[in-house]
Design a protein around this ligand. Sequence first.
Ligand SMILES: NC(=O)c1ccc[n+]([C@@H]2O[C@H](COP(=O)([O-])OP(=O)(O)OC[C@H]3O[C@@H](n4cnc5c(N)ncnc54)[C@H](O)[C@@H]3O)[C@@H](O)[C@H]2O)c1
Ligand SMILES: O=C(O)C(=O)C[C@]1(C(=O)O)C=C[C@@H](O)C=C1
Length: 362
Amino acid sequence: MTKIAIYGVGLIGGSLALCFKGKPGLTVVGHSGNPASVAKYLKRGVVDHATTSFEEAAADADFIFLCVPVGNLNEYLEKLASLPLKPGCIITDVGSTKASVSAFAAQLRLSGACFIGGHPMAGKEKSGVEAASSLLFENAFYVLTPDHDTPAEAYERLAVLLQHTKAQLVKVEAGLHDEIVGAISHLPHIIAVALVNQIAKYNEANPLYRDLAAGGFRDITRIASSDPIIWRDILINNKKVVLQLLQDWNEEILSFIRLLEAEDGEGIEREFQLANTFRSELPERRKGVIHSFYDIYIEVPDHPGIIGQITTLLGSHRVNLSNIQIIESREDVPGVLRLSFREEEQMDKALELLKEDYAVHV
Ligand SMILES: NC(=O)c1ccc[n+]([C@@H]2O[C@H](COP(=O)([O-])OP(=O)(O)OC[C@H]3O[C@@H](n4cnc5c(N)ncnc54)[C@H](O)[C@@H]3O)[C@@H](O)[C@H]2O)c1
Ligand SMILES: O=C(O)C(=O)C[C@]1(C(=O)O)C=C[C@@H](O)C=C1
């Protein structure tokens, strides 16, 4: 049996556990220092065994996944370094920053084990084992940051195990990872939080702000609901990169202020066109990195049974719908439905079917 130990069975640790559990030849052990959490992991069935003992989880493990907040990774690595690990054991993490943990691991003596940094580029704004899903990593990128000392055989073994996540592996140097992920993940989280807090202040004077906040505000601010502890650690850990990104962000905002002050219509149009072009050139809408699904929006008249009609139409043509959400629905006002699909092909099929009778937007 290949033993996989997971420290911190939350959103990411729990999702990994679900990808491995029940696969032939694999057994999954979850660790938490808190007995109530251990009981929860077992009750939810995400692991085969669970323990509060740090040593017991690590003993004889072939793979160890550290899925705790970034600020705790070094302390966990240090503890592992003091244990008699199984020769050939591979330790990896899932932290959202890679430079500091890789540097820390490199100077530890891991007695026959080796460390390979990892970061699945998929997540949610929700946290805890309750939010875990075996589908979380499907089609997402999964970054690994081996260094020149990493044995090729160990990398290969980890890569084979991670096939169970159905993610696409990509090797990136740890420092470069932090620069890029700072820009495409850490900066957007700060912007979302700052925007929500700005509007919350206006809302104190007039609750109509919250009432009128519709699709645009919701779409750009989903990630503002992310876990405060996880994000506190990520931002402090990647402080140097993120501070530079915020300077650049200030410049972007200042240039908008100047365009607006000058009522420079052409300039504003140009900014929107540039953004539109770059966004449309993003790689195919894979799962992960903020986009989780292929979504379409349908304007629907407000009458009973409309949702049933739409789902029946899709079902009768074998289109697999993964989620349906009413975004706006008030009496006498047309509503908007968001339909989500896991596969682009399914979304295209739905578009074809629905555009005959409804106003559909991608
Ligand atoms: N949330 C995402 O979208 C996402 C995506 C990719 C990677 N990550 C990374 O994955 C790791 C885990 O994040 P998550 O989203 O699964 O979080 P989570 O809160 O769902 O899970 C964290 C787990 O760590 C445990 N833990 C152990 N020591 C802790 C401590 N001192 N404080 C708080 N929790 C402690 C918690 O009990 C919990 O089981 C983080 O390093 C994060 O940067 C997160
Ligand atoms: O989709 C989300 O909710 C996420 O925040 C996922 C996200 C991201 O920013 O894309 C967040 C943190 C990670 O380290 C990787 C992925």
